[in-house]
Ligand binder design. Structure first.
Ligand SMILES: [Zn+2]
Ligand SMILES: [Zn+2]
Length: 284
C-alpha cells in the first residue's frame, strides 16, 4: 500500500522566503495537517514586485509566488519551498467590491510538482485618500482601523517619489503628511493602508486560510497516480433553465484534478435543469 499523502511531507523541511515574517501565518497549519516543518529564509522578495505597487509586478501572482519559493530554495538548498502572494482588485462577481486573493504555493522539486492553496475575502481593510495638513483625518483613520493597521503616506505627483511606510502613531503621521505635502506639486499627500502582511492584521487570517487550503490539498492523494495535491481546479458553470432553456450561471459541477497527471473528476452539483428563479429571462 502506498503511504498516505500526509506522510509525503511528514518530517520534511520547506524553505519559506519572506522579508516580513510571514512563516508564522502558515507554519502552524502546515505542521498540524502535513507534519511539514517550515523554516524562514530572509530574502528580499520585494525585487519581484510589491503588494502595494511601488515595485510593479510583471508576472502573475501565481508565477511570482513560485519565483519567491524558488528564491528561498536557492538560498537554503532545500528542495521544498513555500511562498505566499496576495493581490487586491475589483470583484468579478460583486460590483464595486474589492476582493483580496491570497495564494500559498508549495514547490516540490523532489516530486516535480507545485501545489497551490487560495483564499478570497472581502473584509480586507484598505483605504486611500488625498489630504493636506489642514484635513480632518478622524473619519479616514477610523475606516483605516489605525493604528492597528499601519498607513503609508506619499507625495502626490512628486517627480522624486517620497513614500513613508509603516506609520502607526499620530505624531509620525502628521509629520509625514507635512513632508509629503511640501514635496507634492499639488500640495497633496496620499494616505493609504500599508498592505504588507505584518502591518495589515486583516490580511493575516486570509493568508492562514490559504495555507489551510494548500495543506488540505497536499494531504489529498490523486486517486490515479497517488501524488499529493489533488483538489478543486475549477467550477463548471452553466445549467439550462427548466422553463426557457437559457443557459444560467448556476454551478453544474466542481472539477477536481491532479497536479501531476491529467486525471479529472467531476462532482456533479446540478446535473439537469436550473430553477427559473436563477434565469435572467424568466426572473429578471
Ligand atoms: Zn428561463
Ligand atoms: Zn494524478
Amino acid at each position: 500500500m502506498s503511504p498516505s499523502p500526509a506522510t509525503h511531507y511528514r518530517g520534511q523541511i520547506a524553505a519559506m522566503a519572506t522579508k516580513h515574517h510571514k512563516a508564522q501565518l502558515v507554519s502552524p497549519v502546515l505542521a498540524e495537517i502535513l507534519g511539514l516543518d517550515v523554516v524562514e529564509i530572509e530574502v528580499d522578495t520585494d525585487t519581484l514586485g510589491t503588494f502595494s505597487g511601488e515595485i510593479e509586478r510583471t508576472a502573475s501572482p501565481h508565477d511570482t509566488a513560485i519565483a519567491k519559493a524558488r528564491m528561498g530554495m536557492d538560498a537554503s538548498g532545500h528542495r521544498i519551498g513555500i511562498a505566499s502572494e496576495g493581490s487586491i482588485g475589483p470583484s468579478q462577481s460583486i460590483p464595486f467590491l474589492q476582493v483580496c486573493t491570497e495564494l500559498v504555493v508549495l514547490v516540490d522539486d523532489i516530486r516535480g510538482i507545485v501545489i497551490t492553496g487560495t483564499e478570497s475575502a472581502y473584509d480586507l481593510v484598505a483605504v486611500s485618500a488625498d489630504v493636506d495638513p489642514t484635513s480632518d483625518l478622524a473619519d479616514l483613520l477610523r475606516r483605516a482601523q489605525f493604528p492597528a493597521h499601519a498607513v503609508i503616506v506619499s507625495a502626490l505627483g512628486a517627480s522624486v517619489p517620497t513614500v513613508i511606510k509603516g506609520i502607526q502613531d499620530l505624531v509620525t503621521l502628521h509629520a509625514a503628511v507635512r513632508t509629503c505635502t511640501e514635496r507634492s506639486p499639488h500640495g497633496r499627500a496620499r494616505v493609504e493602508t500599508d498592505l504588507r502582511a505584518h502591518k495589515c492584521p486583516s490580511r493575516q487570517p486570509i493568508i492562514t486560510r490559504a495555507a489551510r487550503d494548500l495543506a488540505d490539498r497536499a494531504a489529498t492523494a490523486c486517486p490515479a497516480c497517488s501524488a499529493p495535491g489533488f483538489g478543486l481546479i475549477r467550477n463548471d458553470i452553466g445549467v439550462p433553465c427548466s422553463w426557457c432553456g437559457y443557459e444560467t450561471n448556476t454551478l453544474r459541477a466542481r472539477i477536481h484534478g491532479c497536479v501531476s497527471c491529467a486525471v479529472e473528476h467531476s462532482e456533479i452539483i446540478q446535473p439537469e435543469l436550473a430553477d427559473p428563479g436563477h434565469c435572467p429571462w424568466c426572473n429578471p
